[in-house]
Unconditional design. Sequence first.
Length: 314
Amino acid sequence: MSVLFTAIGEILIDFTPIVEGGATVGFRMHPGGSPLNVAVGLARLGARAEFAGKVSSDLFGRFLVAHLEHEGVGTRFLSRADAPSTLAFVALRGGEPSFSFYGEGAADTLLAPDDVPETIEQTQVLHFGSISLLRQPTAGTIAALVERLRGKAMLSFDPNIRPGLITDPRAYRDLLFRMFRAADIVKISATDLRWFDPDRSLDAATAALLELGPALVAVTQGARGCYARWSGGELRVSGHEVNVVDTVGAGDAFTSGLLLRLWERRVTTQADLARMPPEVLEDGLRFATAAAALTCTRAGAEPPRRAEIETVLA
């Protein structure tokens, strides 16, 4: 596949719990960060994917770079820093992952405009979002790049909201509005949508997002599957019954699957998104939902490969 996908944002270590006898007795290290997960998911599906961001030169950073290289994700848009790596400890609460982050002054929060090479404009699909929008200068660097690529690349946005990390809610909401207006595709979880727009129903909230500018809004709903709204109307796709180990990275696998599948169906611009027939979107959503379900069957963010998805869909 010749198209170039790039994911930009945080790159960190997820520590998932090791549970014995109902108690957490330790943690297991996994590569993490929502944009990193999307890049790896795309690469595992056969796409040409790059990761853009800033990574630490410490032992965790070296582990992360080795992971990207092992997965076939390009690193030519990746810069290094002597600052520490962000660390995230994961616990399950009510079946949903709860994160405790340790990342003040971490490398992935220090991405400056000069760290982003001009060659990133070769990107045809740019995915961005998550906690990378919470700390400067990274947040401003990403926002500026998104607005520079508007109309030149397909722009995919997942806010992946972490309320416990938000120190300035007003400024953060203002930035979210900017990114919603710039994006062509918005993928958002039902939980995040309730945080962002608590007073509206699902239908009304997605309609309001669509009016801001994106051509497609896809809402992931866990085991219930997903809901999508675009100019052609709305669609619901059911989830898959699987044995859930954890849900870390499931939304990112959904994003990878949806972006790849839509591009394969020649949906490459905002205009294509607006006029795509329901059967094309449904195909993309089913592929993405299967990718998310498979990710839930293993610990950490471990997106599936194409053959696994095709087996589920068959």
